[in-house]
Each structure stands twice: as structure tokens, then as C-alpha cells.
Design a protein around this ligand. Structure first.
Ligand code: PEP
Length: 263
């Protein structure tokens, strides 16, 4: 059986999507830095994922103000360099001390046509450059209502992890984000979210082994707010959250990171 949750440090990540220009981004991380303290960072890993144009500004702010928030990106291309107009190299992100890259967010899959194959290539590219992929998976409302949640989500997990070694998977993050809960104000019940996250962990165990299943961190994402984070985090297979809207406001995001105080 995979080990219990305390062996996995929670990771709370803020996906800013296409919000905050670089001035706003600097202010947001500085405000967040004031609201979080040493104990918060000891208990929870915190990452922010600004738009590409903000990353250098956020990097220098975090480093000069010594704020131990991890720098993340929202996407990258799978090639290192070449004639790929408009794409961003994982090598360039690594050079900016980016440590976590969101891969296969449902908005990338649904709006920009990213297939499971492309997502798998991106996961490998992120790992190749020493960063951690946050592999996003999730079902639509129609798929859920047709009873197809496991088929869709576990299929995305298998495809996203194809060809990886166990130690690579153990270092990764998988974000379960039901599409119907993203930006809609609807959250999966903590029991439903736990059931899917538990199935994801069991699938990692089947594909690799128990130590890998015990080590991989699984986030829940979809309208996470200060009011629902504690209940989600109490679930045995939920190790963190990928937060969109509520991460734009440093007060709200800090409350989410400090969920232990509301539990
Ligand atoms: C997301 O952007 O991945 C997300 C879960 O957004 P929200 O928290 O706004 O639903």
C-alpha cells in the first residue's frame, strides 16, 4: 500500500492565467510575501505561475526580497530551440529559475488543441531541463454525467506519463481539475475530489510501483477558495491545490496557503 499523506509536502500553486501585467505581478508577489511567514513555507510549498512576460520581473523580485515562493510557468514548448515562432523554450524557463511548469491545463487542451501526445512531450521536456511538471487532467461535465470521469482522467494520466521512469514520476505533480469546476464557482465535493485523486494515485501505483504512487503529489483544482480549501486538504490523496481566480488576490491566496488556521 502507498504510504500515508504526511510524507508529501503540500503544494499550493497560483495560476494567474492571462492576468496581471509585470507591474501588477511584482506588487502581487510582494504583497503575498508580506502575508506569509517562515512557518507557512515550512509547512507548504507555494508557487506562482505568472504570464511569460512577467516571469523575469517576478524572478528578480522573489530573489532580491528573499521571498521563498517557487516560480512557475503556465506552459512551454517541447523543443529546446528552433523555428517555432511564438513558442517558449523550456531551457529559457530553466534559465530564469522556474521550478514548476503547468502542462496540459484544460484551457490549453480545449482552446489550443493540445493532445495527450503533445502534453506527454511537454512533460518530458520540462523534466529534461530539471523542472517539475504539473500535469493537469480532468473531465468535462458531459463526461462526468455520462459516468466517464475515470476513463477520461485516468486515460490522460496514462498518456501524460507514458515513457517516463518511476523516479521522474515520483518527482512530479498531477493536478486533478474537473473542467466544469474551473472558474465557475462550482467545486467538486471533497469526497468526489478524493475519489478521483485516489484513483489517480492507484493508477500511478499500477503503472509504476507503490513508492512512486506514495511520492507523487496530487493537487485538486477548480474554484478553490479560502472557504473550501481546508476540507479538500483533509482528504488523504489531496496534497495541494492549483488555484486560478483566487490566486490573483494576495489576501485570498495567503488565506488558502494558511488553510491550517481555518481547519
Ligand atoms: C485553474 O486555473 O487551474 C483553476 C482551477 O481556476 P479557478 O481556481 O479559477 O477555478
Amino acid at each position: 500500500m502507498p504510504e500515508k499523506k504526511p510524507s508529501r509536502k503540500p503544494l499550493i500553486s497560483g495560476n494567474w492565467k492571462m492576468h496581471h501585467n509585470h507591474f501588477e505581478a511584482i506588487q502581487t508577489v510582494q504583497k503575498l510575501g508580506y502575508r506569509l511567514d517562515k512557518e507557512d513555507y515550512e509547512l507548504v510549498d507555494v508557487s506562482v505561475h505568472p504570464p511569460f512576460t512577467d516571469i523575469r520581473s517576478v524572478q528578480t523580485t522573489l530573489e532580491s526580497d528573499k521571498i521563498p515562493i517557487l516560480l512557475g510557468a503556465q506552459n512551454c514548448y517541447f523543443e529546446e530551440k528552433g523555428a517555432f515562432t511564438g513558442e517558449v523554450s523550456p531551457a529559457f524557463l530553466a534559465k530564469l529559475n522556474v521550478s514548476l511548469v503547468i502542462v496540459g491545463h484544460s484551457e490549453r487542451r480545449e482552446l489550443f488543441g493540445e493532445t495527450d501526445e503533445v502534453v506527454n512531450k511537454k512533460v518530458k521536456a520540462v523534466l529534461r531541463f530539471g523542472m517539475t511538471p504539473i500535469l493537469c487532467v480532468g473531465e468535462t461535465l458531459a463526461e462526468r454525467e455520462a459516468g466517464g470521469t475515470d476513463e477520461k482522467v485516468l486515460g490522460q494520466v496514462k498518456a501524460g506519463l507514458a515513457g517516463l521512469k518511476a523516479d521522474q514520476v515520483a518527482s512530479m505533480v498531477i493536478a486533478y481539475e474537473p473542467i466544469w469546476a474551473i472558474g465557475t464557482g462550482k467545486t467538486a465535493t471533497s469526497e468526489d475530489a478524493q475519489a478521483v485523486c485516489g484513483s489517480i494515485r492507484a493508477t500511478v501505483g499500477d503503472l509504476f510501483d507503490d513508492p512512486t504512487a506514495s511520492a507523487v503529489r496530487i493537487q485538486y483544482g477548480g474554484s478553490v477558495k479560502p472557504a473550501n480549501i481546508a476540507e479538500l486538504m483533509a482528504q488523504p490523496d489531496i496534497d495541494g491545490a492549483l488555484v486560478g481566480g483566487a490566486s490573483l488576490d494576495p489576501d485570498e491566496f495567503a488565506k488558502i496557503v494558511r488553510y491550517r488556521l481555518t481547519a
